[in-house]
Design a protein around this ligand. Structure first.
Ligand code: ATP
Ligand code: MG
Length: 219
């Protein structure tokens, strides 16, 4: 398997311990919100390369495998990676929708996973936070809510730039990815403070790479 293929472990090797861990994450999220189902969920982390995109993609696949209609939205408008992970083009996407008004059709890509659609970033804008904080973004989220059971948003790290915090105020829940042996307590606390300041609903933490012996990803 190539590197991008191993990243989508829930798809390539559904029986692996890592895939099982992502299914457990899916179940935990469902149980955490029994009374108030989460329709929109954002994933962020404290720093680059902590496994946000890997986590959100595998969570999306696991949810689609449980017969939920899922839309995965690329909101990392700085270093987008989801289109590469799913092997899809990125000429049109989120930014095209925000910049060009009145597009009757959403440029959603079907993925190889039934029930999972991807909205890629589109061309990268000079000021991502302006896009994510725009009125049109709010309207788009409302529109997407009507199209799927769950909408998942991938974002840049929350400590470095405001993008994730801006979007966090507009979603039902936020999942924070931390890297075991790498994310410092101080950074984790900082991330939590930033999110609490905007009154984000932090539903939980994913500890990535907690025990190498347990395989690729273990929570
Ligand atoms: N559980 C894991 N075990 C081992 N490697 C992992 C795990 N999760 C992610 N990785 C690897 O770590 C690297 C970074 O992962 P990923 O792109 O998901 O992080 P990210 O937080 O989205 O990064 P960025 O800040 O660039 O958006 C990738 O090469 C990925 O394959
Ligand atoms: Mg990423």
């Amino acid at each position: 398997m190539t590197h991008t293929e191993t990243q989508l472990i829930t798809l390539r090797d559904p029986r692996s311990p890592a895939a099982e861990a992502y299914r457990t994450l899916r179940t935990n999220i469902q149980f955490s919100s029994l009374d108030n189902p989460l329709h929109t969920l954002l994933v962020t982390s404290t720093a680059p390369d902590e496994g946000k995109s890997t986590t959100i993609c595998n969570l999306a696949v696991a949810m689609a495998q449980a017969e939920q209609r899922v839309i995965l939205v690329e909101c990392d408008l700085r270093r987008p990676s989801l289109h590469t992970l799913f092997g899809l083009p990125n000429e049109q996407g989120l930014t095209s929708l925000i910049l060009e008004a009145d597009q009757p059709l959403l440029p959603l890509h079907a993925t190889e996973v039934p029930g999972l659609m991807l909205l890629t970033s589109g061309p990268l804008p000079p000021r991502p936070a302006d896009i994510l904080g725009s009125r049109r973004m709010e309207q788009l989220i409302a529109r997407l809510r009507g199209e799927a059971d769950v909408i998942l948003f991938d974002t840049p790290p929350v400590v470095a730039v405001t993008d994730a915090a801006v979007l966090a105020t507009r979603v039902d829940g936020v999942l924070l990815v931390l890297q075991a042996h790498k994310t410092s307590r101080e950074r984790a606390r900082q991330a939590r403070q930033i999110l609490e300041k905007v009154k984000a609903n932090i539903i939980g933490v994913v500890l990535n790479g907690a025990d190498a012996e347990q395989g690729y990803g273990y929570y």
